[in-house]
Design a protein around this ligand. Sequence first.
Ligand code: FCB
Length: 438
Amino acid sequence: MKKFSKDFIWGVATASYQIEGAFDKDGRGESIWDRFSKTPGKVLKGHTGDVACDHYHRYKEDIALIKDLGVDSYRFSLAWPRIIPEGSGAVNQKGIDFYKRLIDELLDQGISPAVTVYHWDLPQVLEDKGGWLNRDTAKHLRDFAAVAFEEFNYGVDKWITLNEPWCSAYLGYGSGEQAPGKKDFAANINASHHLLLAHGLALEAYRELNLTEDIGITFNLSHHYPVSDKPEDLDATRIADGLLNRWYLDPVFKGAYPADMTELIKLVEPFVKEGDLDLISKPNDFLGINMYSRNIVKADENGQPQSQPAVHPVTAMGWEIYPESLYDLLVRVDKDYGPIPIYITENGAAFDDRVENGKVHDAKRTDYLERHFAQAARAIEAGIPLKGYYVWSLLDNFEWAFGYERRFGIIYVDFDTQERIMKDSAIWYKQFLQELKK
Ligand code: FCB
C-alpha cells in the first residue's frame, strides 16, 4: 500500500442514538428513533436505543479505547433532544454539559473532535409538526446548530451539518424503513429539500459567527455501474446515480437540482423558495463521504433502475465488497464537483462476529478495511484531495432498523454486560497506524 502522509487524519466514527443510551436521563427529550423503535415491527427483535452502548455513562472508558487505537480524531454526533428537548426554544444545560465533558476528555487525551450536528435523531415534537416535511424544521436545525457552534466553540476541529440526508429523506419519508417510517415517495423529495435547506442555514449561521474551523456536509454516496452497455442500462444507471448522488451533490456544489431528473424537480419545485439554492450552495470547507458498497444497475421493463445482485462476496448487510468503487467514486466526485477537500467520514463492514476465548477473529473486516485503505491511497496518488478517513464504527452499536443484530464495530460490545473487546481488526488498525507514524 502507498504511504499516507503524516498529516492525513485517521479516525473512528459513531452517532448519538446508536451508542449513548440514557434515553431519559438528565432531561433528554424523545426523538423519532425512540418512538420508531418502540413501535412494534419497526426494528428487528424490537430493539431500542434505550441503553445501547451506555456510552453516556461510559464515555471515559470509550475514549480510553480511542486513545489506545492511536487515531487522530473521533467523529460523533449531538443528540438534538438532549440539547433542545422540545426541538426549539429552551436549551437543556445538562445536555450541553455532557458534550462538554466528552469534548474535554477527548482534548485531554489529544484526540480531535469531529462533530456531526444532525445524525437522524430529530426531536419527536418536531416530527409531530411534520418533521422534515415542514420547512420550519430547517430553521429549528439552524438554531440548534448555532447553540452547538457557540457552546462547543473550543476544541472542535471539524463540523458536519448533516449525516446522509438521503437516508433521512428516503428511508424516513419514502420507503419508511427508518424513522419516522412514512411511505410516500413525493414526501421524500420534499424532505430532501428541507434537509438541504437546513444545511444551508446552519452553514450561514456558522459563517455569521465568524468561526474558523472547517465545516461541511456528509453524503452517503455510491458508485454506479451499468450491468451492460445497452442504452437502456446506461440510462437507468444515470437515473439511479441521479437519485442517490446527484440529487444531493448538485444543489450543494452547483446550486441547482439535476436538470435531467425532471419528474423529481416537478415534485420539489413547490417547496423551493427564492434564495434557497443560493443558501444551499454556499461554499463548504470539505465534503464528507460515507461509502460502503457499489451499485450495479439494470433497466427494468419500464426503463427504471433495478439494482443487480452482487458479483463479489457481501457483508452481513448483504452489501457487496468492491473496494475499487471507492477509488472510482472519489475520482468522479473530484472531477464533477471538485476541487474540494474530501474526508471519508464512514467506511466499514458488518460481519457475524463471535467471541472465542475472549477474542474476536474478524479477519474479513480487517481485509475489508485494508483493501479500502489501499484504494484511498490510490486516489491520493491520482491527485484527489482526500484528507482523512473515519472507520465506521468504533463500537458495535444500535444499527437502526437492524437493532443489535448487525455488528459494525472494530470493538465488540457484549450488550448484556457492556464489556468491550478489541476485535482483531481494531488491533490491526492500531498497528497500521503505529507503522504509519514511525
Ligand atoms: C450509515 C449511517 C451510520 C451507520 C452505517 C452502517 O448509513 O450513517 O449511522 O448505520 O450506515
